[in-house]
Design a protein around this ligand. Structure first.
Ligand SMILES: NC(=O)C1=CN([C@@H]2O[C@H](COP(=O)(O)OP(=O)(O)OC[C@H]3O[C@@H](n4cnc5c(N)ncnc54)[C@H](OP(=O)(O)O)[C@@H]3O)[C@@H](O)[C@H]2O)[C@@H](O)CC1
Ligand SMILES: [K+]
Length: 487
């Protein structure tokens, strides 16, 4: 159940303690951790002069194990210690003794062909000193980080204020949020999770609420399927010269499996929409009243509003009509910005019909407009999204290279398969459409958000060359799931 869980450093300490209570000694865990790192190094690098930078805690303890094993396997190894050997405690002191070789001080990385970064892991408690920051930027050879690159906050992924840039990071048992949230994910390079014998059942006690996104289980069309059983998605179109975004969303909703999709268009935009739509239906909805009437048909069970909708009172009124309809609602782009001056009005409207799903899909700028006090950089993106979900009553899909979907119960899912090519015009409209299409098929809010993020990233990854445009994306979502070659 918790195979994709993310553990904060605190939760990892608890997992460690529960494993020890279950009979695995902490020294054994350290030996296995160090061995896992040494073996990953052996798998990737030929023997070369290696400098192991060891900090004063157990991250350094793992470092001595790596140093001893590599040396025993014939590698030329040096150990540099930050602090004094006399001050080492517990398992780290034992492993330092077992290394048995000389200690240098941490002053330079000259002469090394590989750096093992064992300075700070889960126990990073303050910003790196200027000396360590300077040292980290002087490294010109491959770096293997133990647990997390030193300087990266395992809970948030923030660099405090800088960090070692690793080619490989070996962590233990489960990843931490800092391995998947930016910029941490970038600093980690490749991340390998090693099994060090902590039993999975400790997670039943910890109940970690965060996880990394993974291949979704999508709604299946059975042999007796009828299009009306696959839901009817409605996408609200912008004004006459701003209709493309809604059509991108509508095509995505249809591609992801919604039975029917209708674009709800202002009168003046009907001709533009009509000229471009075939399988997707078109209905006139010139104002909020008309949109409400359209959505009164309860078969229309999911509605998306925001892509190029325009910012202002008209969009606010349409959002209220959508929220009052009882259909699941996706609020994107202009639908969010329209409430920048009165976010509570939006949250109250959401609260009026709590039984249907509402998902908001802000990027960081839109998020800051609605949740002005939830933008502190020191807070984890997961925690910010969770706080926003609790306040608004909606699922929050906070977009970015590390998109996070969070619900009001305190759970969050971090997406890690989005390539940089997704940062292209219209890409957000596709995501909103995928989400609407999945909600129309009856998925619940955060599940639909997670699946939409995954499909979005997988589709872009599938393009596999330069020049991706948002228009390519819907066609890359082939929905013969689970035979879908994307998955
Ligand atoms: N849990 C597990 O399951 C397992 C954990 N294992 C390993 O243990 C690691 C965690 O060990 P840990 O708790 O000793 O913390 P660690 O990262 O070594 O740092 C603490 C020391 O650094 C110091 N310090 C901190 N920041 C600093 C700074 N900026 N500049 C200077 N000093 C700074 C801090 O000082 P203090 O905060 O006390 O002032 C303290 O002395 C974990 O990452 C993994 O590698 C494995 O062995 C296997 C099982
Ligand atoms: K480290």
């Amino acid at each position: 159940m918790y195979s994709h869980a993310l553990l904060t450093p605190e939760q990892m300490y608890r997992a460690d303690a529960l494993a020890v209570a279950a009979g695995v000694s902490s020294l054994t865990l350290m030996e296995r951790a160090g061995r896992a790192v040494a073996e990953e190094i052996l798998r990737r690098f030929g023997a070369r002069p290696t400098l192991v930078l060891c900090g004063p805690g157990n991250n350094g303890g793992d470092g001595y194990v790596v140093a001893r094993l590599l040396r025993d396997w014939g590698w030329p190894v040096r150990v540099a210690l930050l602090g004094e050997t006399a001050r080492l405690k517990g398992d780290a002191a034992i492993m330092a003794k077992r290394w048995g070789g000389p200690f240098e001080s941490v002053t330079s990385v000259d002469g090394a062909g590989l750096i093992v970064d064992a300075l700070f892991g889960a126990g990073l408690s303050k910003p790196l000193s200027d000396q360590i920051v300077k040292l980290s930027s002087a490294v010109k050879v491959p770096v293997v980080a133990i647990d997390v690159p030193s300087g990266i906050d395992g809970a948030t992924g923030a660099a405090r204020p800088a960090a070692f840039r690793a080619d490989l990071t070996v962590t233990f048992f489960r990843k931490k949020p800092g391995h998947v949230l930016m910029p941490g994910r970038e600093y980690c390079g490749e991340t390998v999770v090693a099994d060090i014998g902590i039993p999975d059942r400790v997670l039943d006690e910890i109940k970690p609420p965060l996880m990394e996104n993974f291949v979704p289980e999508l709604p299946q069309a059975g042999p007796n399927q009828h299009k009306y059983r696959r839901g009817h998605a409605v996408v609200v179109s912008g004004a006459a010269h701003q209709t493309g975004a809604a059509r991108l969303a509508a095509r995505s909703a249809l591609r992801v499996g919604a039975g029917l999709v209708t674009v709800a268009s202002p009168k003046a935009a009907m001709a533009a929409n009509e000229a471009h739509l075939t399988a997707i239906m078109l209905a006139e909805a010139d104002d909020a009243l008309a949109l409400g009437r359209l959505l009164a048909d309860r078969r229309k069970n999911a509605v998306c509003i925001g892509p190029a909708a325009g910012v202002g009172a008209e969009t606010r009124a349409k959002v209220r009509a959508a929220l009052a309809s009882g259909a699941a609602v996706v609020l994107d782009a202009d639908a969010l910005t329209s409430f920048a001056l009165a976010p509570d009005e939006l949250f109250e409207a959401i609260a009026e019909t709590p039984e249907r799903a509402v998902v908001m899909t802000p990027h960081e700028g839109e998020f800051a407009r609605l949740f002005k006090d939830l933008v502190k950089e020191s807070d984890s993106k997961c925690e910010r999204a969770i706080a926003a979900a609790k306040r608004s009553g909606a699922v929050i899909l906070l977009k970015g290279p590390d998109s996070v979907a969070a619900n009001g119960e305190g759970g969050a899912i971090v997406n890690t398969n989005a390539p940089p090519s997704l940062a292209t015009a219209g890409s957000g409209d596709v995501l909103a459409g995928l989400l609407t299409g999945l909600l129309a098929q009856g998925m619940e809010g955060v599940g639909a958000a997670a699946a939409a993020m995954w499909l979005h990233g997988a589709a872009a990854g599938k393009f596999g060359r330069a020049g991706l445009t948002a228009e390519d994306l819907p066609d890359l979502i082939s929905c013969g799931i689970p035979q879908n070659p994307l998955l």
